[in-house]
Design a protein around this ligand. Structure first.
Ligand SMILES: [Zn+2]
Length: 563
């Protein structure tokens, strides 16, 4: 059961682009690929045996394929193999290939917008219209009625089409594969769902992926509860009012505390929350910078001017953290949530000593938010810091886990779902409950669609502007909007730990015995936490996605399932 990706490294510019985008996405979604590089290997008739999915990935790949090879490909598709053609440069494919597929190229065109066909068999996205960043090459075809349309352009011409061909399925992108380059669109920008679901739909079944399960969590920064300095509605904050409502609807947030603000009236409930797995608490800072003359009294991990604390200063800071958490009787969250995510290099050993292993930062370690260098890093997988899974470059003990649609301007907090929805800093004339729900739901759905996790985030100062009933309306609204989407509510630590373990193993081989319906998988690596593989099966015309549980293992394991 193989997935083959066809490239041609003798065209180095286009090949490097595939490596940096489509390959990364395939790995991120947990697709185990075999690369067929046409610069040294050709597609012989036996090449595609046991191939469940073939992806033509590279820009201009049509030019590297011979008629004999596309004949072999089409024969395999007719026998059940799936194919996704990601490059729509039609002029370069052998004419017989297009003719057989009934693709009649008319003329090239410039794509500005891609719109999802509402009734389609493949996917449902949170946004149905995606603007590309600059016009993209596409091809107009005549007689598209032989195909179903998945995406169309600004003039309603088909841009991505699909159909059955014999026993197999075909998805054809009539746009250049440069769609997946950041300068045109790239991943994490709203089409990842189309990418993943295309794989799931086209592939011969059964088909296995190692994507993230649809986890949903939340992160709340700048939390003071009733010690808030901008409190408008006491009942929303006191006795952890807003947190109770979150829990009522199943959400388990990471709560990042301004330690010195915390009042006993609220902290007496921390323990019950933490012990019952209803919230996780992270030391965010001692207090907010904006309320202190001496800014050095605010942060725990790094001075706000970028200077490192000395080890003695850090010892004092962490003693104070320990004293607070000791007094409240709670453990530290394993995922560190720091004010402005400013984490000094000197503080790392103190953080490790306390068992914190995960970060949720869009910036590099040892830098402050205002430092332009802090924002320049190749955060895995795509170099887009809002969506990040992977070890931190400065110290790979730390694994970064973040799923927040990136900000366009780092100085404008658009990643906060309540930004411009309340009266805080005169951001809005009234509390806009509907807008808040819409933005939180967008954050969640975008995170799920990109194969990270659903996460909505805010700063408690904005929650403090809402009456408790308004807050409940928002949380209930979010809940109602996502209840029909398959999802699993988890804490941030659980999601982080899962994501790290997912990165430590791979599916080395998979065999499916059609007669006994037994699927056997050989896994390599290790995981300290049960994992779930996605298995796609077909029942008549209907595709089904279910999960196979993989127990913890070390080095190698073989598991079998009846599917
Ligand atoms: Zn903060």
């Amino acid at each position: 059961m193989k997935t083959k990706v066809i490239v041609d490294s003798s065209v180095p510019v286009h090949y490097t682009r595939v490596e940096k985008s489509i390959f990364r996405a395939l790995v991120h979604f947990g697709v185990n690929i075999d690369v067929v590089d046409l610069s040294w290997s050709r597609i012989a008739p036996n090449e595609l045996e046991d191939t469940h999915l073939l992806i033509l990935a590279q820009e201009g790949i049509g030019k590297s394929l011979s008629k004999e090879e596309t004949d072999v490909i089409l024969k395999s598709v007719s026998q059940g193999m799936g194919i996704i053609v990601l490059d729509g440069y039609l002029n370069w494919y052998p004419a017989s290939f297009l003719k057989e597929l009934k693709i009649l190229a008319e003329k090239d065109t410039k794509i500005e917008t891609l719109k999802l066909t509402p009734e389609n068999k493949i996917t449902d996205l949170c946004e149905h219209t995606i603007e590309v960043k600059q016009p993209l090459l596409g091809f107009k075809i005549s007689r598209p009625e032989d195909w179903s349309v998945l995406l169309s352009d600004q003039e309603n011409n088909p841009s991505v089409i699909y159909k059955r061909y014999g026993k197999g399925k075909v998805i054809f992108f009539l746009v250049s594969a440069s769609l997946w380059q950041n300068q045109y669109l790239g991943f994490g920008e709203g089409l990842d769902g189309v990418f993943r679901k295309s794989i799931a739909w086209a592939s011969k079944k059964p088909y296995i992926m190692k994507s993230m399960p649809p986890f949903i969590t939340a992160k709340f920064d700048d939390v003071s509860f009733s010690g808030s300095r901008v409190m408008k509605y006491k009942e929303t904050l006191e006795n952890v009012g807003w947190l109770d409502i979150m829990n009522r609807y199943g959400f388990i947030p990471n709560v990042a505390l301004f330690l010195n603000d915390i009042q006993q009236v609220d902290s007496r409930r921390f323990r019950e929350k933490e012990q019952n797995g209803l919230a996780e608490f992270s030391p965010h800072a001692f207090v907010d910078f904006r309320y202190m003359e001496n800014q050095e009294e605010c942060p725990i991990y790094l001075k706000h001017n970028g200077q490192e604390f000395t080890f003695q200063e850090l010892k004092n800071n962490f003693d104070r953290v320990d004293a607070k958490f000791g007094e409240w009787g709670i453990n530290l969250a394993k995922t560190l949530n720091v004010h402005y995510q400013e984490i000094g290099l000197n503080s790392l050993s103190f953080i490790k000593e306390r068992g914190q292993k995960y970060t949720m930062t869009p910036i590099r370690l040892g830098k402050v938010w205002s430092d332009p260098e802090a924002h320049k890093w190749e955060s895995p997988p795509y170099g887009k810091p809002g969506f990040s899974f992977g070890p931190m470059p400065e110290d790979d003990y730390f694994f970064n886990v973040l799923s927040v649609p990136p900000r366009k301007d780092v100085n404008v907090p658009t990643s906060d779902f309540l930004y411009r929805c309340t009266g805080l800093h005169k951001e809005n004339a009234f509390n806009d409950v509907e807008k808040a729900i819409k933005r939180a739901v967008f954050q969640i759905k975008r995170g799920l669609e990109t194969g990270f996790f659903g996460c909505f985030m805010t700063h408690e100062q904005r929650v403090a502007q809402l009456a408790l009933e308004e807050w409940e309306t928002i949380i209930k609204g979010i809940y109602d909007n996502i209840k029909n989407i398959p999802h699993i509510m988890k804490s941030y630590d659980t999601v982080a730990c899962y994501a790290e373990n997912r990165s430590l193993y791979e599916v080395e081989q998979s065999f499916y015995n059609k007669n006994s319906r037994e699927l056997t998988l050989r896994l390599k690596g290790r995981t300290e936490m049960s994992q779930y593989l996605n298995v796609f099966t077909e029942e008549g015309e209907q595709d089904r996605e279910s999960f196979l549980k993989i127990p913890e293992f070390e080095q190698l394991t073989e598991v079998s399932f009846n599917i």
